[in-house]
Design a protein around this ligand. Sequence first.
Ligand code: AMP
Ligand code: MG
Length: 395
Amino acid sequence: MKTVAEAFALVLEHAPLLGTERVDLSRALDRVLREEALADLDLPPFDCSAMDGYALKSDDPNEWLKIVGEIQAGSREEIEIQPGQCARIFTGAKIPTGADGVLMQEDAEASEGRLRNSASGAAAHIRRRGENCRRGDIVVPKGRQLRALDMAALASCGITQPLVSRRPQVVHFATGNELVDPKEFPEGSQIRDCNSILIASLLAEQGADLAHQSRLPDELEAGVKSIFAKHDFDLLLISGGASVGDYDYARPFLENAGFNVVFHGINLRPGKPLLFATRGRQLAFGLPGNPVSHAVIFRLFLAPLLAALAGTDPSHKFLQGVVDSSEFRGSNPREAFWPCLALWENGAYRLRPVKIQSSGDILGAAGANALLRIPPARPLKPNDLADFLWLKSRD
Ligand code: AMP
Ligand code: MG
């Protein structure tokens, strides 16, 4: 059986880079930039004042300087500073011709239209043209998932239609004769379907497009027909039925719909029956139906896959924390990833369990913020150092 690392490598090997589109900057947050963003001007575009104060000649020998004008940010008025003169200036205003320093307002002594000259350190209060970037410099690199600060950098450089990866199109089927809509009250042996909203929410966090989602019965013909009815998706997710029981249909659904199985079953707890298949550029996963397995598999495989499809770094960014419980026994031949609470205390992350009864216990998992890695066949003792991942895959 494949290890988590081997299965992860296989998934990434089969991940084709998505196509690109230009979008309005206002819609580009969290999208992956696919071309270098180049500055279309020097920044700042002109020498400007870093302070409110007085613009002057720093080598002016006069003891008193006449205040000959006032320059606000955005002012177009052209003033030229001669020896014996200065101008009132405000933060962000263009330094007038002839001036090479700004005396900070807090250090200034001015009266009756005159300023006592004290130019010491004044030159430091000018932001020079091009000191942040030069026209043509790369301001945001290709492959960056755009965050708020990147958006501001792009706006400063006039990049209002960035080229980004298109959003991955995902189709999700939740299988199981026992499932009913969460709006319904389950009767007899029914349970509410919580994986559909779980998958929809996890996909939304990753910026993927849920193109279709519905429930399917454990019935071969219905499943195959439903898959064939969908066309332009990048990723197909089937919840439930991934194991090898008589009524586990994820594999037969996929094989009958023309998918080739890459692996089926991995050395992971929870999530052992995970199934991965491809059909040309389309990828599919059969996810074991237990909701906690869904959350674990999404974090370990699907979130990184979506990053890889979009052209950004898919690697697992493990952190280390101190085990703060004797409950992570986990001496199991399978590598385990358990939802836990990672809390920063006294200079280290402390890793505490949440109350999960089993991989079906989504209520226990709901308070977790991290996934603790328990190496195969090695129980974790209190005060051991252990790897963990944030459940939300952004750092
Ligand atoms: P399966 O992988 O189909 O064998 O399902 C494993 C367990 O997960 C069973 O107890 C199912 O009832 C449960 N399960 C499957 N799908 C869902 C779902 N969409 N919502 C909640 N529980 C589910
Ligand atoms: Mg089932």
